[in-house]
Design a protein around this ligand. Structure first.
Ligand code: ZN
Length: 85
């Protein structure tokens, strides 16, 4: 997918940017990867799911998830499928 958005990326990963020389142009994707690298990306910082379980699973894509919630979602899905006639 082609990124058409351009945004200003903080080179040091800091929110307070006092020196404009630290700014460089990059795509939104590059900016997100930068945030992950600097540990300032919201979801990278997360350690628990919305229900308070530890994010103890990792998908092949690298995305972390909570095994407890996934098990529940699968159980509820199977339940819904059973009720369909
Ligand atoms: Zn959970």
């Amino acid at each position: 997918m082609t990124e058409i958005w351009k945004s200003v990326v903080g080179y040091e990963g800091a929110y307070e940017v006092s020196d404009l020389a630290n700014l460089t142009y990059g795509t939104v994707s590059e900016n997100r990867l930068d945030a992950v690298r600097h540990g300032t990306h919201n979801h990278t910082r997360r350690t628990h799911c919305y229900h308070g379980h530890l994010l103890d699973g990792v998908k092949s894509s690298g995305t972390r998830f909570c095994k407890s919630c996934r098990a529940r979602y699968q159980r509820e899905y199977r339940e819904r499928q059973r009720q369909r006639v």
